[in-house]
Design a protein around this ligand. Sequence first.
Ligand code: OGA
Ligand code: MN
Length: 279
Amino acid sequence: MQTRKVTPAIGAEVEGVDLSQPLTDAAADGLYRALLQHQVIFLRGADISPQAHLALAESFGELDGPHPLYPHVEGFERIVKLENDSGAPPDTNCWHTDLTFKPVQPFASILIAREVPEVGGDTMWSSCYAAYDRLPEGMKADLEGLEAIHDMGDFRNSFGHSPEALNDGMARFGHMIRPLIGTHPVTGRKFLNFNEAFVVHINGMGTSEANALKVWLTNHMNKPEDQMRWRWQKGDLAMWDNRCTMHYAVADYLPSYRCMNRITVVKDRREGQRLKEVS
Ligand code: OGA
Ligand code: MN
């Protein structure tokens, strides 16, 4: 297995792993270590079947249940089918970490490109480790101990047709409180645990003070130095560590069609291990 970095801060392309064959334990461990080290890994043209996609995801841990809003691949209720064109414009073109408002934030997602536009439809990822490392020392000290309140953010749009629907949606998805400075459970590295999509307030602050800090953090976390951009080809596979990254699906390809398959791994099977050498 070889890895080639995409940028110094984040991302690596992995070669020499055949995902169409059952994965050996050594290969699964190798992919996991590459993921933990580079935060997002890519297998160009892997083009694996839904069965192999599922087997790969299961080798990393427990899977998320069927998605409450999105459709799934026929016969595979755990594979979300993300399908967009002008009739269904994408809604993931904002910097976000998946589902941070849930009590258990998913560990990882595995995305496969099934149909890509001729040009556009790239996905970007950013490193929340790098964003933490770049904080001025005084700011690190100020943020330590603060907590952010997360909720479903602009998913509200799906419930905005009536106050009853909105209240039901809020009751269903709820809130989560997370430290603003996170510590990765496996690498032990600190990261900036903030994403503009789902953080609605900073616990204990007044609204205008919280808003000012949110804008500061949003700007701080929007630096190309922390980011990478993947230009998809049909069949490419990406896997990201959803605990220490954000991503942004660039919505520049309409009216063309784009179709991705995604499986979310909720729990990291190897979380008890401490991989010091990748931290
Ligand atoms: C996601 C997502 C990225 C993409 O699957 O969580 O944001 O490029 N999608 O489709
Ligand atoms: Mn997402």
